[in-house]
Design a protein around this ligand. Structure first.
Ligand SMILES: NC(=O)c1ccc[n+]([C@@H]2O[C@H](COP(=O)([O-])OP(=O)(O)OC[C@H]3O[C@@H](n4cnc5c(N)ncnc54)[C@H](O)[C@@H]3O)[C@@H](O)[C@H]2O)c1
Ligand SMILES: [Zn+2]
Length: 460
């Protein structure tokens, strides 16, 4: 009572695109009288029976939804069983005094007297802790819980308990990251660690040769879990190995670069490259758990950090919130929650998820023209964001200040060709994600001359 379940629940439902049901309210309506008079007439036990029936029915609903439960619902065993079977259960903690202040004048029968209320609070607290799969302070935390993502400074030290299941683990990492954080990962996985593998560093990990070697080295059975420790190249390649090995085994990325934490390891996309282009072979394979430890960013070189900041600025522009101004832990948590919510709404990228391509049509064209070698993705995205903001009639100061984009020296004609060939182009006309007055809009057709002009401005 008084934790803010309805407010947070409604926000989570809106963000992940699920219906919201306030079961507490539904039960109350079904009584056809106030809870107080029902309690007086029929007693608390009769109320709990009704509450449990309604809650279990809601939990078994075929439509995935966000439910706010009544405070007493979890005291019944059938409700706890249904929660275990059908739900991700998120606890919104509230301290006793705050809860009392919020509910004291609400007319609820169990909130009439302070001492009784505090006793009830003490009695229920351990039950809540027992049923909760995650503890959330706000809607972002709840979205992360729904997506199976754990963001916490120091999480690497708790990997063993955080990676779901209790089967054996194959740890896959890049040699550089293994040298820095591998030992901590090993210690924390403890006896669950059954095998260790290294992928080649960087984009080399995302080749058929590297995958072939990893497939052949793996010894896990279907009960096993692949844990991928490293940047986006490691998580993309190891995730694809998990999607394909034995027709798919569980996996858990532990992203170590900013790019991987806020982007590559979020949303279940895995891939390797072909000589013809990047990410051309892959699979959607949602991890059983994603463990994000912002402390790992402490060893990340500045230029790699800037790569990730390009995606953070992108997310902030889409969310219309200055995420880039936040301290690391909060920046990562908020950016991850933003992407996770969009991916939960559109897990297979059939619609809304393309919003995440803000600035990317220009970026991909520049990368293709530069031959991928001389221009990093983050620098290309910084430039692409400039173009997207200009086409949206927006101020570009944020991108200039946070990302310091520099026009690149590439062949203008080659960039233009790549732009019109981009895979998001439909009917020969490139479509763009732009920022409108009510938020981002996808599939915007822009006159060719304007596109060409903005592309040219990014090239020196
Ligand atoms: N699957 C997706 O949705 C998605 C989204 C975005 C990007 N990606 C992919 O991610 C890849 C890029 O990821 P990346 O930028 O992380 O590349 P990366 O994996 O090559 O890592 C970049 C460099 O940082 C080093 N590094 C990583 N973590 C470190 C740490 N904590 N301390 C010190 N050094 C560290 C790595 O060893 C590497 O040298 C690309 O292949 C891209 O296609 C995938
Ligand atoms: Zn990107």
């Amino acid at each position: 009572m008084g934790a803010g379940k309805s407010t947070v629940g409604e926000e989570v439902a809106r963000r992940i695109g699920r219906p919201f049901r306030d079961v507490d309210r539904e039960v109350e309506l079904s009584l056809q009288t106030s809870i107080a008079s029902f309690f007086a007439a029929e007693g608390e036990e009769a109320f709990r029976v009704r509450e449990a029936a309604r809650t279990v029915e809601a939990l078994r609903s075929a439509t995935p939804c966000v439910l706010a439960l009544g405070g007493g619902a979890v005291t019944r065993e059938p409700v706890r069983t249904a929660l275990r079977e059908h739900a991700v259960t998120v606890l919104l903690p509230v301290d006793a005094e705050t809860a009392w202040q919020r509910v004291r004048d609400s007319g609820r029968p169990l909130a009439r007297e302070r001492a009784a209320f505090l006793a009830l609070y003490d009695q229920r607290t351990p039950i809540y802790a027992e049923v909760a799969d995650a503890v959330a302070r706000d809607a972002d935390d709840a979205v992360l819980a729904a997506a199976g993502i754990h963001v916490e400074r120091g999480a690497l030290a708790r990997l063993g308990e955080l990676v779901a299941g209790d089967g054996p683990v194959a740890l896959v990492s890049d040699p550089h990251v293994a040298g820095i954080h591998g030992m901590d990962a090993q210690l924390s996985l403890g006896p669950r660690l059954a095998e260790m593998h290294e992928l080649p560093p960087g984009e080399e990990a995302k080749t058929l040769a590297a995958l072939d070697r990893l497939w052949q080295e793996l010894r896990l059975d279907r009960q096993g879990t692949i844990v991928a420790l490293g940047g986006g190249c490691t998580t993309d390649a190891a995730g694809f190995a998990a999607a394909t090995y034995l027709r798919g085994v569980a996996w858990a990325p532990v992203p170590t670069s900013l790019v991987a934490q806020v982007d590559a390891a979020i949303g279940g996309k895995t891939a390797i490259d072909l000589p013809q282009g990047k990410n051309l072979v892959g699979a959607f394979h949602w991890p059983v758990r994603t463990v994000v430890d912002p402390a790992l960013l402490g060893t990340l070189p500045a230029e790699q950090r800037l790569e990730g900041m390009a995606e953070v600025v992108k997310a902030g522009l889409l969310a219309d919130e200055p995420l880039w101004e936040l301290p690391d832990d909060e920046l990562v948590r908020r950016a991850v929650a933003f992407k996770a919510a969009i991916c939960l709404r559109d897990p297979y990228e059939r619609g809304e998820r393309t919003l995440l391509n803000l600035g990317h049509t220009f970026a991909h064209a520049l990368e293709a023209a530069a031959g991928y070698e001389s221009l990093t993705h983050g620098r290309a995205v910084a430039l692409g964001l400039l173009a997207a903001l200009r086409l949206s009639g927006r101020d570009t100061t944020v991108v200039e200040e946070v990302l310091s984009p520099e026009p690149v020296r590439v062949d203008r004609e080659r960039a233009w060709q790549a732009m019109t060939r981009d895979k998001k182009a439909r009917g020969g006309e490139p479509r763009f994600v732009l920022l409108g007055t009510d938020g981002p809009v996808k599939d915007v057709a822009v006159p060719e001359a304007d596109v060409r002009r903005e592309l040219d401005r990014l090239i020196r």
